[in-house]
Design a protein around this ligand. Structure first.
Ligand SMILES: Nc1ncnc2c1ncn2[C@@H]1O[C@H](COP(=O)(O)OP(=O)(O)OP(=O)(O)O)[C@@H](O)[C@H]1O
Ligand SMILES: [Mg+2]
Length: 252
C-alpha cells in the first residue's frame, strides 16, 4: 500500500472527461512524475487530490484514509502540500514572511491565545520563525530573508514557492510544473532542491514538461493523454514507449 492511492478517479466538466478512470499509487519516499500533453488532466489530478475539485468517480486514499471531498485546508493539514502552476510568491511580502504564511496549516494556537497574546503563543511564534529561517538557509535563500519577494530572480521566486509549501511540514508534496520558465542554471538549482526534499524523507509527485528534469529525478513516471493513463514505468521504459511517443508527436 502506497502513501497515496488513486483508484478509478474521474471528473467531468460538462461533456468533457478531464480525468478518465485513472488509478495509480505513490510509494512513500519516491519521486513520481505525471507527464502528458497540454490539457491531458495533470493539474486536474492535483486539484482533485488537494480537495479543490470533487471526483465524479473513484477514491483518493492518503495513508489508507479516504480524503475525497475533504476541504483543501483539511487536506493540507493532514500533510499534503502543493505548489501551483504559474503562481509566484506574495510579491509585497518579504521572503521570510512568505515562508511564515506557509506554516499556517499546522499552527494550532487557540482563539483565547490570540486574544491575550499569551506567552505560549509568543514562544510558538519564535519557534516558527526559527524554523522558517532554517528552511531558508537549507535551500540557499537565507541571504534574501528581508528582501521583498518580487525583487528575487525568477528562479528563486519559484524555489521560494516550494520552500513555502515545505513550511507546512508535509509528508507529500505535489509540484505543478516547477521548472516552467526557468533557464538551464535555474533548472539545475531546482533539480538539486527537489533532491534535497526527497532526502528529507518527503514523497514528491511532480508534474513537469521539462523532460530533462523528469528523466533525471523520477523513480517512476505516469503518462496521461486525454485524461486517461496510457503508460506507467521507470524513465527508461517511458522514454521508448510507443504510445507515449505517439501522444507527444501527435500533438506538438
Ligand atoms: N474548472 C474547469 N472547468 C472546465 N474545464 C476544465 C476545468 N479545469 C480543467 N478543465 C479542462 O480539463 C482538461 C485538463 O486540464 P488540466 O489543466 O488538468 O491539463 P494539464 O494536463 O494540467 O495541462 P497543461 O500541461 O497545459 O498544464 C482541459 O481540457 C481543461 O480545459
Ligand atoms: Mg497543468
Amino acid at each position: 500500500m502506497g502513501i497515496l492511492s488513486i483508484e478509478d478517479l474521474s471528473i467531468n466538466f460538462g461533456g468533457l472527461v478531464a480525468v478518465d478512470h485513472v488509478s495509480f499509487e505513490v510509494k512513500r519516499g519516491e519521486i513520481l512524475s505525471i507527464i502528458g500533453p497540454n490539457g491531458s488532466g495533470k493539474t486536474t489530478i492535483f486539484n482533485l487530490i488537494s480537495g479543490i475539485y470533487k471526483p465524479t468517480t473513484g477514491k483518493i486514499l492518503f495513508k489508507d484514509k479516504l480524503i475525497n471531498g475533504m476541504k483543501p485546508h483539511t487536506v493540507a493539514f493532514m500533510g499534503i502540500a502543493r505548489t501551483f502552476q504559474n503562481v509566484r510568491p506574495f510579491k509585497q511580502m518579504t521572503v521570510l514572511e512568505n515562508v511564515l504564511v506557509g506554516h499556517h496549516p499546522k499552527v494550532k494556537s487557540l482563539f483565547i491565545d490570540d486574544l491575550f497574546h499569551t506567552s505560549k503563543q509568543r514562544k510558538e511564534e519564535v519557534m516558527i520563525r526559527e524554523q522558517a529561517i532554517k528552511l531558508l538557509d537549507l535551500f540557499h535563500l537565507k541571504q534574501y530573508i528581508d528582501e521583498k519577494a518580487e525583487n528575487l530572480p525568477y528562479g528563486d521566486q519559484r524555489r521560494l514557492e516550494i520552500v513555502r509549501a515545505l513550511a507546512s511540514e508535509p509528508e507529500i508534496m505535489l509540484l505543478d510544473e516547477p521548472a516552467a520558465g526557468m533557464n538551464p542554471q535555474e533548472t539545475e538549482d531546482l533539480i538539486r532542491l527537489i533532491g534535497q526534499i526527497k532526502d528529507l524523507g518527503i514523497t514528491i509527485v511532480l508534474v513537469e514538461h521539462d523532460m530533462k528534469v523528469v528523466m533525471d529525478i523520477s523513480q517512476r513516471i505516469i503518462v496521461l493523454d486525454y485524461g486517461k493513463k496510457i503508460a506507467e514505468g521507470v524513465p527508461e521504459e517511458i522514454r521508448k514507449n510507443e504510445r507515449v511517443i505517439e501522444a507527444y508527436l501527435g500533438k506538438d
